[in-house]
Design a protein around this ligand. Structure first.
Ligand code: ZN
Length: 90
């Protein structure tokens, strides 16, 4: 998966918080990847390369606080969606 830096970190941390409260949710690498993708998908992410050759991504038009709320909502939704429809046999 591509490097999302700060944004991906935020989502990853939040996703694991949500997962820790959802005992029935699958935590395999495949499902967690799907959840990450769902949570990131549709966010107005802009990326640009940094002087040291890395890629920096940030979300447009959201303050840090509203971004955190947005991410929390998206993580809950992503966990629900993926645990109801895992892309593998249970
Ligand atoms: Zn799974």
């Amino acid at each position: 998966m591509a490097i999302y830096n700060y944004l991906e970190d935020l989502i990853q941390v939040k996703l694991h918080q949500v997962l820790s409260k959802k005992e029935n949710a699958c935590r395999c690498a495949r499902c967690v990847d799907d959840m990450m993708a769902f949570a990131i998908n549709g966010l107005p992410v802009i990326s640009y390369s940094t002087s040291d050759g890395g890629i920096h991504r940030e979300v447009q038009n959201l303050t840090n606080d509203s971004l955190k709320i947005e991410i929390a909502t998206r993580c809950v939704r992503a966990v629900d969606l993926v645990s109801k429809n895992p892309r593998h046999k249970r």
